[in-house]
Write a protein that binds this ligand. Sequence first.
Ligand code: CU
Length: 126
Amino acid sequence: MRALLLACALAASNAQARSFTVTANADMTFSPAQIEIYQGDSIHFVNNGGLHNVRADDGSFTCALDCNLHNAPSSQPWQVSVRFNRLGTIGYYCDQHGDLTSGMRGSVTVIDRILVAGFEKVFLPE
Ligand SMILES: [Cu+2]
């Protein structure tokens, strides 16, 4: 019963989460290079061509074929999903073509959906 309740709670919280695609490209860019999402949303990183991976500036994730042992730059058509729960802007780069300050870089800005204009209007009674 407890497991069932937990499963329902997770399903409910995931229902509103969204997923956005960011591609790693043959011209050594990420696109979109900057993206703003809500807390709990996911980024689906997709290798669109070239030898790439994604490494967070703060070390919170490093992914390619997976976000675990197979995270070195790979030219295979890998795809991974990373969920963002911490607020703020987190930069990331490709180990092969970028670093902490330059080259093949991107960033994800995670905002609290409660701060989004109009949110209260939708969910609170008039
Ligand atoms: Cu790369």
